[in-house]
Write a protein that binds this ligand. Structure first.
Ligand code: ATP
Length: 426
């Protein structure tokens, strides 16, 4: 029976079977050393002329081929693990051709062009550093799901196919749908609100989101995974922010408990109005032409300022003007500003959230003001006519969070198979 490589370290003088990739080969004529790697680690495998059949069988072996090795675990002072396997049998299960990109990155080796790396993404991901990215995502999501489950959230899945674009037509992919057309959802926004109208008081969703944006940034893809939650009976958008803080705290605590980050995060995060953020930025000499929103430069700037002031890597920006937010964001009666917010983490927006407008007359007026028609929104508006509690929620981009946790240069590095304007494969 195959055992994991990390488990054999304590199995001195036992015969074991391991399997994995050939990480490296050193053949010295009479003796050969292979390093075999599985997901748990790697170990040295030795064979030589004293075992002719095995030695011959690896003559043409190439790196990254898959082998199964049966042999005796022996003490070895020469290797970091302190043990190696003296091979009694090596079975080549799959042979690798010469590699188009390196899997083992040598120190000082030239960086392979990112386009080529993504063309051979499955090889790119064999690297230990790459594997860690998805471990971080998995554990973060595990911690977040624990929060949801301990707090009585229901998970729902919403369709990606829609009969009409959800918010505006510009960023939506149109697909052929039998004799007609369908659109790919730009967010589960309307569906999660419908879930509130269905009587679920707390829901969360994890699913694909599609954006037909001609964006060539390090933060945008045309398809990405979205995390969304929506909660009912709130008194303001601050309840939504409280919930997101608790959710993230649980996710980051899980990362800490598994040794994937050094420090837990502390809540609450600072909550700063857009106007105050602009004033702070101005004082720091960072100005922008962008009215009603923050430019990427300003996002980095305000995060740096908040980090210096409070030590926190997170900051909520609140009180955006209505012209820059979706029609369904509730507005403050006094200021006219929206009850919407963004959450920034290490210089990048990771969330947009809001208290939603649940009163049909106001919602309709706000939609009309933005040039949307009642007809185009008929399914959406309809469920507000049969009783909907006050509610709010967020849309979160996990690839952005993971990229920021690990300091990756792009959200694409935190995505198994990224899709962007120029990439639809592999
Ligand atoms: P941005 O202003 O950065 O373009 P957005 O305001 O369009 O983002 P939302 O529509 O509010 O973003 O989506 C919610 C969250 O989803 C964002 O805060 C972000 O974390 C993530 N997100 C949005 N667009 C993308 C994208 N194209 N690729 C990856 N993640 C995204």
């Amino acid at each position: 029976m195959r055992v994991s490589i990390n488990s054999i370290l304590t199995q001195k003088n036992q015969t074991v079977t391991i399997a994995g990739y050939v990480h490296s080969i050193r053949n010295q004529g009479k003796i050969a050393f292979l390093r075999v790697r599985d997901v748990t680690g790697s170990v040295q495998v030795v064979t030589g002329v004293w075992n002719k059949e095995v030695f011959e069988s690896i003559k043409d072996l190439s790196v990254e081929s898959v082998v199964q090795v049966e042999g005796l675990v022996k003490e070895s002072k020469q290797v970091p693990e302190g043990v190696e396997i003296d091979a009694a049998k090596i079975t080549i299960q799959s042979t690798a051709l010469p590699l188009p990109i390196p899997v083992v990155t040598e120190k000082g080796a030239e960086e392979v062009d990112v386009t080529k790396r993504f063309d051979y993404r499955w090889l790119d991901l064999r690297k230990k550093e790459s594997q860690k990215i998805f471990q971080v995502w998995t554990v973060l999501e595990q911690g977040i799901r624990e929060y949801f489950s301990e707090n009585s959230f229901t998970q729902l899945y919403s369709p990606a196919l829609m009969s009409a674009p959800s918010e505006s037509g510009a960023e939506v992919f149109e697909v052929k749908y039998f004799e007609g057309k369908a659109y790919l959802a730009q967010s589960p926004q309307f569906y999660k609100q419908m879930a509130i109208a269905s009587g679920f008081e707390k829901v969360f969703m994890v699913g694909p989101v599609f954006r037909a944006e001609l964006s060539f940034t390090t933060r945008h893809m045309t398809e990405f995974t979205g995390w969304d939650f929506e909660i009912a009976h709130i008194t303001s958008h601050h309840d939504v922010m409280d919930t997101e803080e608790a959710m993230l705290k649980s996710g980051f605590a899980k990362l800490k408990s598994k040794g994937l980050i050094d420090e837990e995060i502390s809540v609450p995060f600072a909550r700063i109005s857009l106007a105050d953020a602009k004033a702070k930025l101005k004082r720091a000499g960072i100005t922008s032409e962008k009215v009603g929103d923050l430019s990427p430069d300003e996002e980095r700037g305000i995060c740096k300022i908040v980090k210096e002031e409070s030590g926190s890597e997170f900051v909520f920006i609140t009180d955006y003007p209505k012209d820059h937010r979706a029609f369904y964001h509730m507005r403050d009666e006094e200021t006219g500003l929206t009850k919407g917010f963004d959450l920034l983490y290490k210089g990048v927006e990771i969330t947009t959230g809001a208290q939603r407008e649940h009163r049909i007359e106001k919602l309709l007026a706000q939609a009309t003001e933005k040039g949307l028609t009642e007809e185009g929104l008929s399914d959406y508006l309809s469920f507000f006519r049969y009783g909907v509690p006050p509610h709010g929620g967020v849309g979160i981009g996990p690839a952005r969070i993971v990229a920021q946790i690990l300091g990756l240069p792009s959200v694409k590095e935190a995505t198994f198979l990224p899709r962007d304007v120029k990439r639809l494969r592999p």
